[in-house]
Design a binder for this molecule. Structure first.
Ligand code: SER
Length: 561
């Protein structure tokens, strides 16, 4: 069966049962600022699920394009995808469990000719804490329709509860349908609204929200081994045949497809939010050997169903090309840093996880690339340690709101402000004395001292330390004003102000500069502040320690006397 046939069969089946066919909505959710992409067909229906009257009626059906990025590392196996299509039908306070389950089974066994023996299901086991009952009602319906008891399992919230899509909103217990052990369909009985304080309050109406994975279902119907053999994928697998191994081919096909659809929505690769997801998809695809002619194939496969692809074809191809060029440049710059880190680590068998982490997070290196290069150099990577660091890092970035500044100061006390300004002077002085761009790798300031970590291969000589101190003290003596400007990120990048490579900044950033105007300023840096108004206030700057913080990273501790 082809994707087109399956879409048509599904829409027709539910149309015959009184459902209005609605178009797929955008991949960018309109109603929910807490989610980046539409992950299910119910997103645009949230107002109706909450009780608003839907002009199309109370039975709806559609095919929805979806993006899920939670499983990005799993892509490459048989079933995980970033972009997929979801076949869905909804009851907005109309039919309930009985019809929903009956029609699902009928569609699978009668329309798609799947033998009932191949089907098993799961139901919700209940949640005492929130006073939500075990869903024996659904189980009884399944039994009455011929599913034997041993094919009906009860599972908890991790498995048989869906939603809300974002932080708050409609949700409820679900019953999941498996064919040959593969989950194909999820029928959610949405009768709760999760509130901001984590409570589940009953909705005005009982809704049904179902979602069936198009690619998985096709794979099963055609007896294929994985979703990449279905007709929405195989043209993408063919084109690069031979050049890449199978896993890489799958990743490339998935990522280029997802990127093509996201680009068609007008999203541009960048450093925050969905822009960053797009960037990551494209860069990962490039890393795995993507050929952008695949994007043209994607457009070809879907152009009749999603006309926005063809309409935006030029823009999509152009964006992919530009992003690849940017990535190539990043890699080239990063390569210099990498080589230098390798040099500092020469003779060692192990490439420390701190270096790997640095390359991945600050220099945009794909982990696989670091691993490969290290291997070429006969070095072993501390993979587990690295992934632990990454996990901690991701948790941190999740909690930090997009666009927040790294190294922002918790307290704005006067001493802290002074040391913060001194840190900017120190970075610039190091750059001048050491004669190379100084990348901040971290900083920590308390009321007594500043700590500044930066990328540099060797110990500083006493002479260099003295020069740095002298230069900072000279700038303090010059009594220079400290100013701040706020500007768009793209403009800010053009000013040459120092910023942390690979950091995610918001659309607007503030730059602090030391001097009368931005252009001629002695020091300029992306920074959230706060700072003192004048360098004259700082007192006397003194380095109290210079040491290695990890391989290739030096740490300076300094005070103001
Ligand atoms: N919202 C449910 C899901 O995504 C059913 O469509 O699985």
């Amino acid at each position: 069966m082809t994707a087109r046939e399956l879409r048509e069969k599904y829409l027709e089946f539910f149309r015959e049962r009184g459902h209005a066919i609605i178009p797929s909505s955008s991949l960018i959710p309109e109603n929910d600022p807490t989610v980046l992409f539409t992950t299910a067909g119910m997103h645009p229906l949230v107002p109706y699920l909450l009780g608003e009257k839907c002009p199309k009626g109370n039975r709806l059906v559609n095919v929805q394009k979806c993006i899920r990025t939670g499983d990005i590392e799993e892509v490459g196996d048989d079933t995980h995808l970033t972009f997929f299509e979801m076949l869905g039908n909804w009851s907005l306070g109309d039919y309930w469990k009985e019809d929903s389950i009956k029609w699902s089974l009928e569609f699978l066994t009668k329309e798609l000719d799947i033998a009932v023996e191949r089907i098993s299901v799961t139901c919700f086991e209940g949640d005492e804490q929130n006073n939500i009952l075990r869903d024996t009602e659904s189980a009884e319906i399944w039994k009455s329709l011929g599913i034997p008891e041993d094919k009906i399992k009860f599972l908890g919230k991790e498995n048989n509860w869906w939603g809300p899509a974002g932080v708050t909103g409609p949700c409820g217990p679900d019953t999941e349908i498996f064919v040959d052990g593969v989950e194909v369909w999820n029928n959610v009985f949405m009768q709760y609204n999760k509130t901001a304080d984590g409570k589940y309050e009953p909705l005005k109406q009982k809704n049904v929200d179902t979602g069936m994975g198009l690619e998985r279902t096709l794979m099963i119907l055609n007896g294929q081994k994985n979703v990449f053999e279905t007709d929405v994928f195989y043209p993408l697998m063919d084109i690069s045949r031979g050049a890449l191994d199978t896993r890489a081919k799958k990743i490339v096909a998935d990522h280029i497809k997802a990127a093509t659809f996201i680009l068609a929505e007008g999203v541009v690769p960048g450093n925050t939010g969905r822009d960053y997801v797009l960037r990551r998809l494209i860069r990962r695809a490039v890393r795995y050997g993507a050929d952008f002619s695949l994007a043209e194939k994607v457009i070809e496969i879907y152009k009749d169903v999603y006309p926005e692809l063809l309409k935006n074809k030029e823009k999509i191809l152009e964006s992919l090309k530009t992003e690849k060029e940017k990535f190539d440049k990043t890699l080239k710059q990063g390569m210099r840093e990498f080589n230098w880190m390798l040099k500092t680590n020469a003779g060692e068998k192990i490439l420390p996880s701190s270096i790997v982490f640095e390359l991945v997070t600050s220099h945009g290196f794909p982990f696989e690339l670091v691993k490969e290069i290290a291997k070429e150099q006969g070095k072993i990577i501390e993979e587990e340690k690295f992934w632990n660091k990454m996990k901690a890092h991701q948790e941190l970035s999740r909690t930090a709101s997009a666009g927040m500044f790294k190294g922002g100061l918790a307290d704005g006390g006067e001493e802290t402000k002074k040391l913060h300004t001194a840190t900017h002077l120190l970075r610039q002085a190091l750059e001048i004395v050491l004669g190379e761009p100084i990348m901040q790798k971290g900083s920590n300031i308390n009321a007594e001292r500043l700590r500044f970590d930066f990328g540099f291969a060797r110990k500083l000589t006493d002479e260099e330390k003295n020069k740095v101190e002298d230069l900072v003290n000279k700038k303090i003596a010059e009594n220079l004003p400290v100013n701040k400007v706020i500007m768009k990120l793209a403009e800010a990048e053009k000013t040459g102000a120092a910023h942390t490579f690979g950091d995610k900044y918001g659309d607007e950033v503030s730059i602090y500069f030391v001097g009368d105007n931005l252009e001629t300023a002695w020091s300029k840096e992306f920074c959230g502040g706060p700072h003192v108004e004048n360098t004259g206030k700082l007192g006397h700057f003194k380095i109290i320690k210079e040491e290695a913080s990890s391989a290739g990273i030096r740490r300076i501790k300094a005070i103001l006397e």
